[in-house]
Design a protein around this ligand. Sequence first.
Ligand code: MG
Length: 362
Amino acid sequence: MNRRSFVGAVAAAPFAGALRAAGATTLETHIVRLNLRHTWTTTMSSSEYRDTLHVAYTRDGLTGHGEGAPIVRYKEDAQSARKAAESVRDLLLAADPLQFSKVMAEVFRRVDGEWAGKAAIDIALMDWVGQKLGIPLYTYFGLDPKDTPLTTFSIGIDTPEITRQKTREAAEYPILKVKVGLSTDEPTIEAVRSVTRKPLRVDANEGWKDKEEAVRKINWLEKQGVEFIEQPMPADMIEETRWVRSRVHIPVIADEACRHASDIPKLRDAFDGVNVKLDKAGGVLAAYRMIEVAKAMGMKTMLGCMVSSSVSVTAAAHLSPLVDYADLDGNLLIANDPFHGVRVEKGKLILPNRPGLGLTPI
Ligand code: MG
C-alpha cells in the first residue's frame, strides 16, 4: 500500500469514521512498503525498500497507531507479523486497553516469536493509552523531553565515492554511525574521514569472525576517532567477545546478541552496553524493561531502530531520555513516511508535545 492509500485507509475511510462515531472498537492491520532514499546495505542484506506492519487500534473515538519492522535475521517478515497480530484480534477487541500490561502479557503468552508483530500491537495500545489519558508517552514514563540524546545518522555500506556523498549529505548530524563488517572496512572509514572529523560510532553487525582480527580492527577504529563498536562478532561468540573487550579501549555494545531482557545477564562481562530496539523486544513496555535491567547491571544503554516510519521511531524516541546513546534515524532513511512525529534538529531528538505518540498524518 502506498502512502496516500495507507493514510486514506487509516484517516478517511467513511466506514471506519462511522464506526469511530458509534464508539466501536476496531483493529486494522496493514503492510506498508517504505521506499529507501539510498539502497541500504549491511552485512546482512541489501534492499531498495522495506515492508513494515502497521496496526491501527480505535476505541472511544481515539486511534492508536503502531508499527513493527520484521527482522530478517530472526526469520520474520511482514506477512508473518500481520498474521501474528490478526491471531490476537479477538483478545484485543475484547480487552480493556487501560489494562495494557495485562493485555500485552497475554499477547506474549499466546504468540510465539513474531516480535515485530507484538511491537506493532504494543505501540498502538500505548499511543491509544497516552491519548486517552491526555498525556505524551514520555510523561506517562515520567521523563523530561529536554533529556533526549543526540541521535546518530547511519551510513550504510557502499563504494567510497557514494560513502563520501552520503557523509556530505549528513552534514547537519553531529555524530555518524557507520556500518562495516565486510572486506571494505578501511576504505569505508577513510572515505568518511576524507569528508568530516566528527565523532563516529561503528556497527560491524557480527561481521568479524576472528577475535584477533576484531581486536586489530577496533584498535585501528579507535585511532580514527570512533566512540564505540557495536556487535563486532557473531551473537553466539560471547566468550570471544569477552576476550576482545579486554584488549580494546572503546565500549563494545551488544545488538544481535541482545534481543530481550533475559539475554542481558550473560552479556555483562562481554559487553559494555546493549542496543535496545522495539522491534526486537516486542514494543515499548518490553524495551523499557530491557533498559532498566541493563542499567541495574551497570551497563550502558542505547536505543536503536530498524528502517521504519515515524510511528516506530517516535515510540522509541519517547523512551530516549532514559538512554546514553540513540540511533533513531530509520524514518530519515525513507522517502514516503506516512506520519510526522519525532523531529531531529542538529542531531537532537525533538519529541512532539501531544498526547500519546503525538503523530500527525502527512
Ligand atoms: Mg546494530
